[in-house]
Write a protein that binds this ligand. Structure first.
Ligand SMILES: *Cc1c(COP(=O)(O)O)cnc(C)c1O
Length: 729
């Protein structure tokens, strides 16, 4: 079938013929999880590669032609080029994907995936935190397994903000206007060559959104953008930022994502057989799909039944800020001309999302999603309990344990998060083909046989790389931003590549309690500054710009980092993003996580650290409650589900005791060859037990079996999947 939309040609100019496919490579984010492809670009001009923020499109637009000519004649470069492209071609051409092998009859039944953010790479700043990184990892893994998935989201014109920290520790948010021409995205055009747009109705006007295509290995992600000529000025800004706090703008955004997103897939010729809503922001998609059925002659009851059968919903957080709801009057204002098209009246329409609480009623996006989906899941076992309790009121005649919300614990896309050097170590010691079988625990048994000294050498290398990177960033602050010297110390100028290094990096939300480890500051100082066993702690993270308590928390951390008594061993790194995240999860020795009990739905950053040989030190919340086995890291406090809530001071004490009595001594207990044997044993236990299960490879197979397949198998007859709409150039 001929698709209705296709991406315009790359337009990067011409390259020497021998290496002309560099442009094609740049526009497929396959390079984000293939280090050899990134190294190919870097090799041409290392400083431009850094300056380009590892963005090959910007890089190729700005590269000096003589440099391209030079590598086009360099034998070793060409060998590398040929090898990368051969791997790329083999990946794209593989008819026999895992999915095709398992479900040949379903390869043409698309699964639509909706998310308000995607964390794919630092050069595409359309993510805020864990939710986005999970969406990105989900799609990458779907591509690897060959699932017929198509993604829908936003291309935010200003992306997520860049964070600067003032001398006094106050977070400043900078919104840069992105130049889409320099991003690895391409505009989608219709048959007539003009940009493909979809439109949605907002009070008193229609708003158009155009579409951008991101190629992600074998699949496509389509991003909506309301910055279109013809839209009112304010509407052009609708999709400019993530998670705006302005009520009507937020609602408008979600209408563009949900309703506009369905219309976008239709305009592209997709007829998905399963629809996966990643969090409630996109739940209006379900109303739009019901509207389609009603327009085709069904009643709303029939329509909503059909929608339900093919819809899956994932809830990601118990925290109120993550569960969007709107006052009824706003929803009424925006939907009064829409509910008639559903065959509904005001009240029956509002019932779809109605959430009754002590203080009154609201229209809740998760409620809407739960009502109009047949399957829903939380993102860890513990979160499953929390979510069933949280939404029990929607199923008042059921026992809490019978609330139909299951759980699928989050994982990470191993190829994205694994350090190249650690991957090379695994190549030497794991069975051949391990990368295709990362979810197979048997593969990881071989970790036991890696010689301690080899594993420790890679760990040392990764920490040196982290410290060198941080010092270089600090030098730039000092050189070009002219910060106060003490800010350079707080930014890591004195970090020691050999000291035990603890990392704490994630969004700065108060429930994540970055300050738990700071609560007894004198005790902490003694730990940091012991002469022969130094400890250093690296913090990073952005607070939502409207979250004042979180910004004050960040300031508290920063002010302590500047104190002389810390000796430069307490560090705050500004502008946390995927690049910094990679350095941190690959380089630190211990990954710390201390959220309030039952508030961290899953967490994934600790999984990234574990894969690279970092050890988790975490409360038994989210994924760690399932991952911890007593030997593969450390648990702070009691079981997060059953234990009574401990006072924070008791948790802090437990944390200090672990550090003082176990963690620090273990790290500094060296054998004759200066290898900490017991520490390395823990690393092996951690990798062996955590890497297979907490991978998106395991996760996607769970999603497929439990959530997607029932919907896909329901749909009668083969559904055309317009494969060619996603073909490069
Ligand atoms: C993995 C990741 C997160 C999520 O971290 P959690 O510990 O799960 O909250 C947030 N931001 C970035 C940049 C990440 O890479």
């Amino acid at each position: 079938m001929q698709p209705d939309g296709r991406a315009a040609p790359a337009g990067l100019g011409t390259f020497p013929r021998r290496i002309e496919r560099l442009g094609e490579l740049a526009y497929n984010l396959w390079w984000t999880w293939n280090p050899s492809a990134q190294r190919l670009f870097r090799r041409i001009d290392e400083s431009l590669w850094e300056q380009a923020g590892h963005n090959p499109v910007y890089f190729l637009r700005n590269i000096k032609r003589p440099l391209l000519n030079a590598v086009a004649n360099e034998r070793s470069f060409l060998e590398q080029y040929d090898q990368v492209l051969a791997t790329f071609d083999a990946y794209l051409a593989a008819e026999q994907t895992w999915f095709a092998g398992e479900h040949a009859d379903l390869v043409r039944r698309p699964i639509a995936y909706f998310s308000s953010e995607y964390g794919l790479h630092e050069s595409l700043p359309i993510y805020a935190g864990g939710l986005g990184v999970l969406s990105g990892d989900h799609l990458k893994q779907a591509s690897d397994l060959g699932l017929p998935m198509v993604g829908v989201g936003f291309l935010y014109t200003r992306g997520y903000f860049r964070q600067r920290i003032s001398e006094d520790g106050w977070q400043e948010a900078l919104y840069e206007l992105l130049d889409f021409n320099n991003l690895p995205v391409r505009p989608v055009t219709g048959r007539d060559g003009t940009p493909l747009t979809v439109s949605v109705n907002l009070p008193g006007r229609d708003v158009a959104a155009r579409l951008w295509q991101v190629r992600l290995g074998r699949l496509s992600l389509y991003l909506l953008d309301s910055n279109v000529e013809g839209n009112a000025e304010a509407d052009r800004e609708l999709t400019s930022r993530l998670y705006t706090s302005e009520l009507e703008q937020r609602l408008s955004q979600e209408i563009v994502l949900g309703i506009g997103g369905v219309r976008a897939l239709r305009a592209l010729g997709y007829n998905p057989t399963a629809w996966h809503l990643n969090e409630g922001h996109s739940a209006f998609a379900l109303l739009e799909r019901a509207r389609e059925y009603v327009a085709a002659g069904r009643t709303f009851a029939e329509a909503s039944q059909r929608v339900r059968e093919t819809t899956l919903f994932t809830t990601h957080t118990p925290v109120p800020a993550g569960n969007d709801e709107f006052p009824l009057w706003v929803v009424e204002k925006f939907f009064s001309s829409y509910w008639g098209e559903l065959g509904l009246e005001r009240d029956s329409f509002l019932d779809q999302g109605r959430n009754r609480q002590a203080w009154g009623e609201s229209f809740s996006m998760p409620v809407l999603a739960l009502r109009l989906s047949s399957r829903a899941n939380a993102v860890s076992e513990l979160h499953g309990h929390v979510a069933r309790r949280m939404w029990h009121a929607l199923w008042p005649d059921r026992d809490e344990s019978q609330v139909p919300i299951t759980h699928i614990t989050n994982g990470i896309h191993s190829a994205t998060w694994l350090a190249r050097q650690m991957g090379a170590l695994f190549d030497r010691h794991l069975p051949e083909g391990w990368r295709e079988r990362v979810d197979d625990p048997l593969v990881w048994e071989a970790v036991r046989r890696i010689p301690d000294s080899e594993l420790w050498a890679v760990r040392k290398h990764l920490k040196r790389k982290l410290v060198a990177y941080i010092r270089e960033r600090t030098r730039r602050l000092w050189l070009t931003d002219h910060v106060h010297p003490v800010q350079a110390l707080a930014a890591g100028a004195l970090l020691d590549p050999y000291a035990l290094t603890i990392g704490f990096a994630r969004r700065f939300a108060t429930y994540k309690r970055a300050n738990l480890i700071l609560s007894d500051f004198d005790r902490l100082l003694r730990l940091l500054n012991r002469p022969n066993t130094p400890v250093q702690i690296i913090f990073a993270g952005k607070a939502h710009p409207a979250d004042e308590p979180a910004k004050r928390l960040l300031q508290e951390v920063y002010r302590l980092a500047k104190r002389a008594e810390c000796g430069g061993r307490l560090v705050f790194l500004e502008d946390y993003d995927l690049n910094l995240a990679r350095y941190l999860v690959q380089g630190v020795d211990v990954w710390l996580n201390t959220p309030l009990p039952r508030q961290e739905a899953s967490g994934t950053s600790g999984q990234k650290a574990a894969l690279n040989g970092g050890l988790n030190l975490s409360v038994l919340d989210g994924w760690w409650r399932e991952g911890y086995n007593g030997r593969n890291g450390w648990a702070i406090g009691e079981d997060g589900l059953t234990a009574p809530e401990a006072p924070p001071a008791a948790e802090a004490t437990a944390l200090y005791e672990l550090l003082e009595n176990e963690i620090v001594p273990l790290y500094y207990k060296r054998s004759a060859d200066n290898v900490p044997g017991e520490w390395v044993a823990r690393i092996k236990e951690s990798i062996r037990t955590l890497a297979p299960h907490f991978s998106t490879q395991r996760m996607l197979k769970d999603y497929l079996r439990e959530l997607y397949l029932p919907a896909m198998q329901l749909a009668g007859g083969a559904q055309p999947l317009p494969v060619s709409s996603s073909s490069p150039s």
